[in-house]
Ligand binder design. Structure first.
Ligand code: PRP
Length: 182
């Protein structure tokens, strides 16, 4: 872990702060979904850690399934077209779906996913994102129902967020030192 810590310049959210955020979001969802058995849809890979914690903070019955999407590259990412790499195994029709995301940036990935899942006729569909990246003068394409926290527009890693598939296992969220990615 030392090897990972030394690439971090600032800690944005400590483990303790993350726990508080997740337990608040879990309590909100538990209150809103009593008796509804929501289906939590985790968007791989980044969201798997948040989803695991969120589910344990939800006190009503719920299930989980996973989707993996990949953007075609930078130009297409900005258009929001993503490719489904792994689809759900669960039928969405009639279910109360909550998409769990680690971070909302442009919101284009989620906006695409919502459209796609809506076509499968769920009873409802909402988004729970652990963090929203604050970008001055730019609003995300979608408005999530549940927002854990806001993070600055910096190169952040940890708690599921990666750089070149590394750092997802950092238990906190931190800013990556430029020398770690140049
Ligand atoms: C990240 C993140 C969201 C998406 C957010 O995923 O997990 O899915 O980007 O960006 P947007 O709001 O601008 O669409 P990434 O493509 O890095 O894949 P990963 O989850 O496997 O890290």
């Amino acid at each position: 872990m030392e090897e990972l810590h030394q690439d971090i310049s600032d800690v944005i959210l400590t483990e303790e702060e993350i726990r508080e955020v997740v337990s608040r979001v879990g309590a909100e969802i538990s209150a809103d979904y009593a008796g509804k058995n929501p289906l939590i849809v985790a968007v791989l890979r980044g969201a798997f850690i948040f989803t695991a914690d969120l589910m344990r903070a939800i006190t009503v019955p719920c299930s989980v399934d996973f989707m993996a999407v990949s953007s075609y590259g930078d130009s297409v990412k900005s258009s929001g077209v993503v490719r489904i790499v792994k689809d759900l195994d669960t039928k969405v029709e009639g279910r109360h779906v909550i998409i769990a995301e680690d971070i909302l940036d442009s919101g284009l990935t989620l906006s695409y996913l919502i459209k796609l899942l809506r076509a499968r006729r769920p009873a409802s569909i909402e988004v729970a994102t652990f963090a929203v990246k604050d970008i001055q003068g730019k609003e995300p394409a979608i408005e999530p129902r549940y927002v854990g926290t806001h993070v600055p527009n910096e190169f952040i890693v940890g708690y599921g967020l990666d750089y070149a598939e590394r750092y997802r296992n950092l238990p906190y969220i931190g800013v990556l030192k430029p020398e770690a990615y140049v």
